[in-house]
Design a protein around this ligand. Structure first.
Ligand SMILES: Cc1cc2nc3c(=O)[nH]c(=O)nc-3n(C[C@H](O)[C@H](O)[C@H](O)COP(=O)(O)OP(=O)(O)OC[C@H]3O[C@@H](n4cnc5c(N)ncnc54)[C@H](O)[C@@H]3O)c2cc1C
Length: 291
């Protein structure tokens, strides 16, 4: 298939891109790496009248260290995040999840902002950013606002972005002391979208108990799912055997309502959620203890 006819513009600045989006309204679409939008256009699932190419916006391409955390420009390539030493050191969950995204050729073109804005429920980055409690910077004609990754996802392929707004950057806060992270995923073949994925961030107090947990799942709902019941089952207890078992059970049975589709049944996805949550929490808790 070929895309429906469209007009192509290549703004030189974020301000120019936003004014074009504002003028064109729902007919316009931002183009980042094109790894999701172009296939959707080729299948005519998306038929924008105007394609606003963000390729020239180098001002959105950076990884900066900030107050123990990171700020990543929306147009930063996924491959550049994957290979960045500061990301490995300050956001190890993000570094661990990156190789699970598609294939290296796709990560060479695909951007962090594009993946977050696309809001595919099977994508790794939305769940990672929720687990890391990231804040997303969004700019539109009225100026800049910040939206938490928890509030950014509204439903299937739907975010809090207005048609005339761009995601410009992602702020990842510093991890507290005695925090460990882990990412687990099962897909049919390497590079395929996840059947289920789990992100775990566990913080332990001086006595070894879990003082804070962030657990998110992907490919089990309309968007990334924060497993709040699982988190409640863990906090205040030593993150070992029984507590991890209870958290994984809560994640699989109470936090998620996974779909059945041609790739996997809902029951299979629940079982994967149970197993992968157990693995992710065990690894994260071990890392939090310095293991
Ligand atoms: C074969 C294949 C396998 C894949 N497997 C995976 C996988 O396993 N996991 C995974 O997560 N992804 C996967 N992807 C998708 C890939 O990660 C894409 O790169 C990503 O989803 C979109 O990023 P992009 O930069 O290419 O965005 P684009 O395709 O250019 O844009 C995607 C959407 O986001 C909007 N957008 C982009 N940037 C902005 C911005 N700054 N502000 C506002 N809106 C914006 C666009 O308007 C569009 O609606 C796969 C893709 C392919 C082709």
């Amino acid at each position: 298939m070929k895309p429906a006819p469209f007009r192509y513009v290549r703004p030189a600045s974020v301000a120019e891109a936003i004014s074009i989006l504002a003028a064109e309204g729902y007919g316009a679409k931002a183009l980042a790496g094109g790894q999701s939008l172009i296939p959707a256009m080729n299948f005519r699932l998306a038929q924008p009248a105007v394609l606003v190419d963000l390729e020239a916006l180098n001002e959105l391409r950076y990884i900066r260290e900030a107050e123990g955390g990171l700020v990543i420009g929306a147009m930063t390539r996924q491959a550049d995040v994957e290979r960045n030493a500061a990301v490995s050191e300050r956001a190890p969950l993000l570094a661990e999840a990156m190789p699970w995204i598609a294939h290296v050729q796709i990560r060479n073109r695909g951007t962090v902002g594009g993946s977050l804005a696309h809001a595919d429920p099977a994508a790794e980055l939305p769940a990672v950013m929720q687990a890391l409690q990231a804040q997303l910077r969004v700019r539109g004609p009225a100026g800049e606002r910040t939206v938490s990754a928890d509030d950014f996802y509204l439903g299937l392929f739907t975010t809090a972005l207005a048609p005339d707004e761009l995601l410009t950057a992602i702020e990842i806060p510093a991890l507290p002391e005695r925090t460990g992270c882990a990412f687990e995923e099962v897909s049919r073949r390497h590079g395929d979208f996840a059947l289920v994925g789990v992100c775990a961030v566990v913080t332990r107090d001086a006595g070894g108990a879990c003082s804070r947990a962030a657990i998110t799942l992907l490919s089990v709902g309309d968007g990334p799912v924060r497993a709040q019941k699982a988190e409640e089952a863990l906090v205040g207890r030593p993150p070992t055997g029984d507590a991890i078992h209870d958290a994984a059970e809560a994640a699989a049975t109470r936090d998620i309502d996974p779909p059945s589709d041609i790739h996997a049944s809902a029951a299979y996805r629940r079982q994967l959620a149970r197993v992968l949550t157990t693995r992710a929490l065990t690894t994260a808790a071990g890392r939090a203890a310095g293991g």
